[in-house]
Design a protein around this ligand. Structure first.
Ligand SMILES: *Cc1c(COP(=O)(O)O)cnc(C)c1O
Length: 392
């Protein structure tokens, strides 16, 4: 395997993790095989006893997945990685592999809808106590983490309101309470923010988003310490089967080669579009981490190296105003995906965050006029013209 520890992230994204077969192919090969063969019954026995390293079955491991896992670990600076079929499979595996009845979880309230459902609905079914806090409020974190806790889950910046959590402060409190901290780093990507450097124990991704980056396949990743990944996460994945298809892993590997270029371009365009929207008379407010008017601008910029590819904004006129704008856009597509090469808008209150209910939405500031905008790879001038036309 190519070891490239000294290279910078853009180079790692192209080279790290490559495994070459006997054919010396230059591009990563797609190993579309469910099983692997053994030369002898004795070898199969030794492999199952963990005496000889050898792929066995693609639910447990596959060379294309290994290449993706090694590349992601290199970018993140993590000891180990396992990839999963979706981002939600990654969040679910990271939490359920570790938690048991009687444990306690503290989570920031501003979470992706399905992450919120895991904490609010699924975990309590297994006798796990769960507590939500306002992720921006360190006093609330301190109060919740004054009790022994097993795991903390947070997302920063959050989906869709781009709330920022002070990772260093929360990780310190969580570690004192005995908890492992899981950070969902989808919005920032590993290029703009490295949660492990702020004390996080586990980082999770939806690879569906910027890693594929072209809206093609679903995927997820969990990164952390080798001992935890080998002893806690891997047995859970091996025996419950949230495994990623080698085909999807290969698509994501190809996507990663261009991720640094894509994220830099989309983030620069997002900053321009955010400024344009903020100055528009029909827009009430814009949330974008690198803008000085973001309520946690300084913290955001202490944790992130750029504002990212997502913008949230509130249209005047509530739901009717938001729907009118979305329907009038010609270039920007209505879709609840994000991190695509195509720019996308979604109305969180009626889609991604509909099921959490009006009360929870109010607590995290998702009003009926809020639109989430995921900036793609189009020319920023065309996007600004599309918004100008649609708002006019
Ligand atoms: C999309 C997303 C997920 C879930 O990922 P899937 O690949 O859709 O399962 C989790 N967290 C965040 C922040 C997301 O944006």
């Amino acid at each position: 395997m190519t070891q490239t520890p000294k290279y910078r992230p853009a180079t790692q994204l192209v080279h790290a993790g490559r495994l070459r077969s006997n054919f010396d192919e230059n591009a990563e090969a797609m190993f579309l095989t469910s099983g692997f063969a053994y030369d002898s019954a004795e070898l199969a026995e030794a492999v199952f006893k963990n005496e000889v390293p050898h792929y066995q079955y693609s639910r447990f491991g596959n060379p294309t997945l290994t290449m993706l896992e090694s590349k992601l670990a290199a970018i993140e600076g993590a000891e180990a990685c396992r990839v999963t079929a979706t981002g939600m499979a990654a969040v679910h595996a990271a939490m359920l592999s570790h938690l048991k009845a009687g444990d306690r979880v503290v989570a920031a309230r501003a979470l992706f809808g399905s992450c919120h459902w895991i904490v609010s609905t699924l975990l309590p079914q297994y006798g796990i106590e769960t507590v939500f806090v306002d992720g921006r409020d360190l006093a609330a974190w301190a109060a919740a983490l004054a009790y022994p806790t097993t795991m903390v889950l947070l997302e920063t910046p959050s989906n869709p309101m781009l709330e920022i959590v002070d990772m260093r402060a929360v990780c310190d409190l969580a570690h004192e309470a005995g908890a492992l901290v899981v950070v969902d780093n989808v919005f920032a990507t590993p290029l703009l923010q490295q949660p492990l450097a702020f004390g996080a124990d586990i980082v999770v991704y939806s690879a569906t988003k910027h890693m594929d980056g072209q809206g093609r396949v679903l995927g997820g990743a969990v990164l952390g310490r080798k001992k935890w990944v080998d002893e806690v996460l891997q047995p859970f994945i091996r025996n419950t089967g949230p495994s990623l298809s080698p085909f999807n892993a290969w698509v994501i590997l190809k996507g990663l080669e261009t991720m640094a270029l894509r994220v830099a371009a989309s983030s620069a365009t997002a900053a321009r579009v955010a400024d344009y929207l903020a100055d528009h008379p029909k827009i009430e407010r814009v949330w974008y981490p690198s803008r000085a008017d973001h309520p946690q601008h300084e913290l955001a910029m202490a944790q992130m190296s750029a504002g990212g590819t997502l913008v949230a904004f509130e249209v005047k006129g509530g739901k009717a105003g938001a729907f009118a704008l979305m329907n009038a856009l010609k270039l920007v597509t209505i879709s609840n995906n994000l991190g695509d090469s195509k720019s996308l808008v979604t109305h969180p209150a009626t889609t991604t965050h509909m099921r959490i209910g009006a009360e929870e939405r109010a607590k995290i500031g998702i009003t009926d006029g809020v639109i989430r905008l995921s900036i793609g790879l189009e020319d920023g001038d065309d996007l600004i013209e599309d918004f100008g036309r649609a708002l006019g």
